[in-house]
Design a protein around this ligand. Structure first.
Ligand code: ADP
Ligand code: ASP
Ligand code: MG
Length: 438
């Protein structure tokens, strides 16, 4: 039996949190592999170490003294060492980073040092071995992860041992440090669990599992006790930030259950995520598993008479987005119209050239762009093929004065997605929560 654990930034924020982590790890001898994030916020106005590291790099880049920012980072780690009475020479690791920063260090490498330092301290505190992610998590030059190589390397490094691994980064074929996207330690944990064929991947954070809605919008939302991988993918893609979207694939592939737990409430069972559940005994009539969303999207709508009967037209439209490297998130369509929903930030630098190209290649009767759109998704496996759900969702939003700009429903009927104005975002989430959950 092997459990792989990942502790997020809030669980690594200070010595008090380290003590909770140790109690959790020591409570179960099968908890042998621990992945850690950089130190996160200790209180609301505090800084995340990763943010400070990016800030530090910006200082270097613009030729401004970085010493005071670097000092804040160093003090956090020295403080944890001191408070825990550790012997590890963290000062010399910090000094090495400082020196390399002066002689030239990539932004990626500097950003990764938060996890590196956290893992050194935690390994020392737990009495586990430190295994550097740079020794096993291997990227290809195109930025994708070479799973096979990485898994084999981690097995060589960690099999049968008790180890602490820094999250968030790996290594390019030429030896350069490469980070994952923000929040990526979740992915490191999933890869480690998959590589070592863990029995469970425990992801320890600061909430007692996935909540039915963002707790910053809905007051005290109910936790979800069971969710399928597919539902979670929908929820995290739609904006539920509790887990990085890329976490699910590696564990799902190996059928490893994922359990989200709260470091501050270790006895709470949290959320269990698996391929499927036997819902037949479930007497609960609630059919929405969760509600999530994200702001700042754009809807690009093309109208062209005869669009749906023209062969290859949709491909030609999508090719324009592909040529500009813009992922299209949803594609609701009508007979003569198709809408493409994209992240506004990703499209902002090339919007006009893309519209120009669409004009030239597709010759539509009309192109319209709607900005400041929020996406809100209601997700639930029990929603599938149930009559009237979407109607009720639209009715509740309408009754509350929220105009719907776009509707999309997956063919598996596990999600209903609406596009609304940014200004209605929080209200829409509350309305759906109050109508379907409370
Ligand atoms: P960690 O540092 O442990 O990786 P994150 O900050 O990345 O933690 O994720 C946990 C946070 O996600 C919670 O504190 C909560 O504010 C936020 N969050 C947003 N949506 C949800 C949701 N639906 N369920 C639970 N947490 C959510
Ligand atoms: N420390 C990184 C970040 O803040 C990665 C992580 O916490 O998962 O994004
Ligand atoms: Mg996170």
């Amino acid at each position: 039996m092997l459990k792989v654990l990942k502790f997020g930034g809030s669980s690594m924020a200070d010595a008090i949190q380290y003590k909770k982590v140790r109690a959790i790890v020591e409570a179960d001898p099968t908890r042998r592999v621990v992945v850690v994030s950089a130190a996160g916020k200790r209180f609301k106005e505090d800084h995340k170490i990763t943010d400070l590291l990016y800030l530090c790099h910006a200082h270097v880049q613009y030729g401004v003294s970085f010493e005071s920012v670097f000092g804040m980072i160093a003090d956090r780690y020295k403080g944890i060492k001191e408070d825990l009475g550790l012997k590890i020479d963290i000062e010399s690791h910090l000094e090495q980073i400082r020196k390399k920063l002066i002689s030239g260090m990539s932004e990626e490498e500097l950003a990764s040092r938060g996890e590196y330092l956290s893992a050194l301290l935690m390994a020392d505190y737990l009495g586990f071995d430190f295994v550097d992610a740079a020794h096993w998590l291997k990227f290809r030059y195109d930025g994708t992860i070479d799973q096979e190589e990485s898994y084999a390397a981690l097995r060589r490094e960690a099999e049968g041992r008790k180890v602490v691994i820094p999250g968030f980064y790996g290594v390019m074929p030429d030896g350069q440090i490469q980070t994952l996207t923000r929040g990526g330690s979740d992915i490191t944990g999933a890869l480690a669990a998959a590589a070592l064929d863990a029995d469970v991947y425990e992801n320890w954070t600061d909430v007692s599992g996935i909540l039915m809605a963002d707790p910053r919008i809905v007051e005290d939302p109910q936790p979800i006790d069971r969710v399928t991988y597919s539902e979670l993918r929908e929820l995290s893609h739609a904006g539920a930030q509790v887990l990085h979207e890329g976490t699910i694939y590696p564990v799902r592939e190996k059928k490893i259950p994922l359990n989200i737990r709260n470091t501050n409430e270790p006895d709470h069972p949290g959320t269990m995520i698996m391929e499927s559940f036997d819902d037949s005994m479930d007497m609960e009539h609630r059919f929405i598993t969760g509600i999530a969303g994200k702001k700042d999207h754009s809807i690009i709508t093309l109208t062209k008479i005869g669009l749906s009967s023209a062969v290859g037209e949709l491909r030609r439209i999508l090719e324009v987005f592909e040529d500009h490297n813009i992922p299209v998130e949803y594609v609701p369509s009508g007979l003569d119209t198709v809408s493409l929903v994209v992240d506004s930030a990703k499209v902002s630098s090339c919007l006009y050239s893309m519209l120009g190209e669409l004009q030239k290649k597709i010759k539509p009767n009309n192109i319209k762009v709607h900005d400041q759109i929020a996406i809100v998704a209601a997700v639930g496996r029990k929603m599938a093929f149930r009559a009237g759900v979407s109607g009720r969702i639209f009715a509740r939003l309408g009754e509350n004065g929220i105009s719907i700009r776009m509707i999309s429903q997956g063919p598996d009927e596990m999600n209903i997605i609406v596009g609304i104005d940014n200004k209605d975002y929080a209200n829409a989430i509350r309305v759906l929560y109050n109508s379907f959950v409370k």
